[in-house]
Structures are given as C-alpha cells and as structure tokens.
Design a binder for this molecule. Structure first.
Ligand code: ADP
Ligand code: ASP
Ligand code: MG
Length: 424
C-alpha cells in the first residue's frame, strides 16, 4: 500500500467525459489499495475566461482604468477549481468510491498574502491523512489557498502543480503524479518540435531551469518544492487508457521522473531546449559610466515589481558613456518606461528605446558544467539559419539567447537538432 497524490491539469478535466476518465485513473489506484489525494485544475480555458472578466469589470462599471482589488481577483479565479473538485468527487461517488471535495481554505492550505501569486506557507494535512486512512479519497481544488487576511488566495498561473507537490510533501506521499496532456517531459515542447523525445528522467535542477525558462509543463515553484522536500514526482499522461498495462506500476509508472542527478546514469551534455515568448528589450543609451548607475536603474524597477532578466552593458564609442540593455516581460514595458522616465535625471541617460515581441530560447543541461564549446555550437547553428542574436546570458547549466519573435520555432528546432536531441 502506498500514499499517492494525483494531479490533473486543465485539459485532463476539460469536460464531463474527461472528468469521468480522470475518475477511472483514480479508481485504478484506489482498487490497488492505495491511499489517494487528487488535486485538480479548472477546466481548460476557464481560468483565462475568469481573468478576462476580472480585467474588464472596472471599465464596464464606468471606471477610466482597469485596476482591480487583487483579493477579489483571487475570489473570482479560484472558482474554476471549486467546480472541478466537486464534479470529480461526484464522478468518483458514482463509481462507488468514497470521496469528498476540499477547497484550499477548508484544509487549510495557508499562504502568504501576495494575492494572485501567493506562496504556500503551511498545509494542515491531519484531517486529510486521517480520512485517507479511512479509505476516503480527498479531491482537492488546486491553485488556491487561504491568506493570513482570511481571504482566498491563488498561487499564480499553473499553480495547481505547486498545490499537488506541496500536498504530497505535507501528507508524506510516496509519489506525486502530475497528469497532463503529454506523456512526460520532452527534450523540448513537443508542440513545436514533433521530433522531441520523452525523457525517462530529468534532474531537479534541469527541470527547474526548463520551467523557469518557459517550459510550462510544470510550474517553477512545484519543482522547487519537489527538490527541497524530495517528493518523487512523475509527469505522465491522463489521455492514455487508465487500465492499460503498466499504468498502475508503483515504482516505474509510464512518464518522466523528476529526480536527483545522481539517479541519472547516462547524463547527456544538453538535456533540453526551452523558450519563452513575449519578452521585451529596453535599451538606455549614453548612460554616464559611473558607480551606482545600475542601482539607479534596477532599484526603481524592482520596487515597482518589474522582473528584469537578461542584462547587457556595453561601452559607447567615447568611453565615458555606456549603453545598458535588459529584458522585461512584454506586458511590463510601458510600466518600465514610465518608471525609467520618472527617474531619468537620477539615472542620467540620453534616450530609452524598447522593442517587444522577442523570444528567449534556452539550452539546458547539467553536462555543460564539464564540457566546453556548448555555447559556440548554438551560436554557429543559429548563424547558419540567419537568426540574429540580440542578447546572451549563461549560467553553469544553461545558455539563454534572445532573438526576434518570428524566429522562435526555427530557433528551437535548430538548437534541438544541433545537439542531436532528436536522435539519441
Ligand atoms: P496542464 O493543464 O495539464 O497543467 P500545461 O498546458 O500547463 O498542462 O502543460 C502541458 C504542456 O506543456 C504541454 O501540452 C506542452 O505543450 C507544454 N510543454 C512545454 N515544454 C514542454 C516539455 N519540454 N515537455 C513536455 N511538455 C512541454
Ligand atoms: N487553473 C489555473 C491556471 O490556469 C491553475 C492551473 O491550471 O494549474 O493557471
Ligand atoms: Mg499547467
């Protein structure tokens, strides 16, 4: 007997038929004698619809702005998961399985008060553990928790993954299965590159980079939690026949295991390619080249919660001045330019230029630590395809390259094949 947390994403619970299919996956594990907690997302598209309503409400009500109360945003967008948790509990009951739904506040899953992007602080799992021990399946609404202000909170987009891993850690589950519409983590997004290969295992650190560099198959925070709390996490498909051979395998279920790098016997130099769309570049021209100038730029941006990513500084022709180029999410460009404009005298630059619609493609692999020339291979391959590089950043296990938006898919495929990821 094992204790298993099963998480089902939006496409897996997209309609009543899909929810019935999910119930069959759950039934398989219950019939095998396991204790089961299930975490569900909202039906696919639902959260986007709810977010759209929230964004439109102020103007429809006569305001001349689109600003809204983040606590009410959470009250609205958390509702999608309430629906699917109830429906799945009903489906399970109809199959003769003892089950009940739990909202985040009922457990409770306690979070901080960063409404819209809250972090889980604590999960009081005793009730669920006791009931699981009595044979009841806990069907938990993902994505939501309870803030210190006693209000509903949500964990940021894609947050049900994090709910699931956090619950698995809290109830000391033997395994956390993230069921989605692909049958594992691939060398790159299989929607972009059909030749992408499924990975049997991927190291926590690589998955962390993949997720933070754009592979939305897992929310970044869920990978962090899995790494810290050593949660045995699998990514697998809900679209396979729930009763196909091997689906109920306890130690080696089909899918990708996220694990310590020591568990990976044959480590490739490059494990995967990720991409993030909607990046924008801002360049400040002819800055004074003096101590404190970076602090003057990035301090105010940070205070305004603008996430700066790649930073490139170069010397202008006359040596006394410098140019600073950095990237922010496209959605933050206007705000960033406003903040920079307000601080123009303090920073001391000539002009601010911006360009939106850029894409960051990244090459990820732990093997890079001990191999030279990995970056050069990428640059050469992109050059051969005529793809211009606008900025580069590297770390021990990744190279990120900023390019023009229209080249995104070509760049992903080019990088994927230049490291032989479509072959090995
Ligand atoms: P869910 O609704 O189940 O949470 P998501 O849409 O959030 O599913 O994540 C699954 C999607 O992630 C896949 O459909 C796939 O297009 C995308 N994806 C991006 N990169 C990868 C990758 N390296 N491996 C697998 N899937 C990936
Ligand atoms: N429904 C939420 C979202 O779309 C959470 C999730 O699916 O993980 O972001
Ligand atoms: Mg997701």
């Amino acid at each position: 007997m094992a204790r298993i947390v099963m998480k089902f994403g939006g496409t897996s619970v997209a309609d009543l038929d899909r929810i019935r299919n999910v119930a069959r996956h759950v039934k398989r594990e219950v019939d095998a004698g396991h204790e089961v907690a299930v975490v569900v997302s909202a039906m696919s598209g639902k959260t986007n619809e709810l977010v759209g309503w929230v964004q439109n409400m102020p103007k429809v009500a006569g305001a001349d702005h689109s600003i809204y109360d983040a606590r009410e945003y959470d009250a609205v967008v958390a509702s999608g998961e309430q629906v699917t948790s109830g429906l799945l509990a009903i489906a399970l009951q109809a199959m003769g399985i003892n089950a009940r739904s739990w909202q985040g506040w009922q457990i409770p899953i306690r979070t901080d008060n960063a409404h819209g992007a809250a972090r889980i602080l604590e999960i009081e799992g005793e009730d669920i553990i006791r009931r699981m021990g009595e044979g009841q399946v806990a069907v938990i609404a993902g994505f939501q928790g309870l803030g210190p202000d006693n209000r509903l909170s949500t964990l940021g987009r894609g947050g049900s993954d994090t709910s699931a891993v956090a619950i698995a850690a809290a109830v000391k589950a033997d395994r956390c299965d993230i069921y989605t519409d692909v049958d594992g983590v691939y060398t790159t997004d299989p929607r972009i590159e059909p030749k992408a290969r499924r990975l049997k295992k991927i190291a926590f650190e690589e998955m962390l980079e993949m997720a933070s560099l754009g592979a939305k198959v897992l929310q970044v925070r869920s990978v962090e939690l899995a790494m810290v709390f050593k949660v045995r996490t699998f990514v697998r498909s809900s679209f396979e026949d729930p009763d196909a051979p091997g689906m109920g395998d306890l130690l080696n279920p089909p899918g990708t295991l996220i694990c310590d790098e020591e568990e990976i016997v044959e480590q490739e130099v490059v494990t995967g390619i990720a991409y993030a769309k909607d990046e924008a570049q801002i360049s400040l021209r002819r800055l004074a080249d003096r101590p404190g100038v970076s602090a003057a730029i990035f301090g105010p941006l940070a205070e305004n919660h603008i996430n700066v990513d790649m930073i490139v500084q170069n010397i202008s022709e006359d040596g006394s001045k410098t140019d600073m180029t950095f990237t922010v999410p496209s959605g933050d460009v206007e705000k960033a330019l406003r903040v920079l404009g307000e601080n123009k005298d303090k920073i001391g630059y000539d002009v601010a230029q911006s360009e939106s619609g850029l894409v960051k493609v990244s090459v990820i692999g732990i093997g890079m630590r001990s191999h030279a020339g990995v970056a050069a291979t990428a640059f050469r391959a992109l050059a051969e395809k005529g793809i211009n590089i606008k900025a580069i950043t590297t770390s021990e296990i990744k190279i990120s390259i900023l390019i023009d938006g229209p080249y995104a898919e070509l760049a992903v495929r080019t990088l994927h094949s230049c490291y032989g990821l479509d072959k090995s």
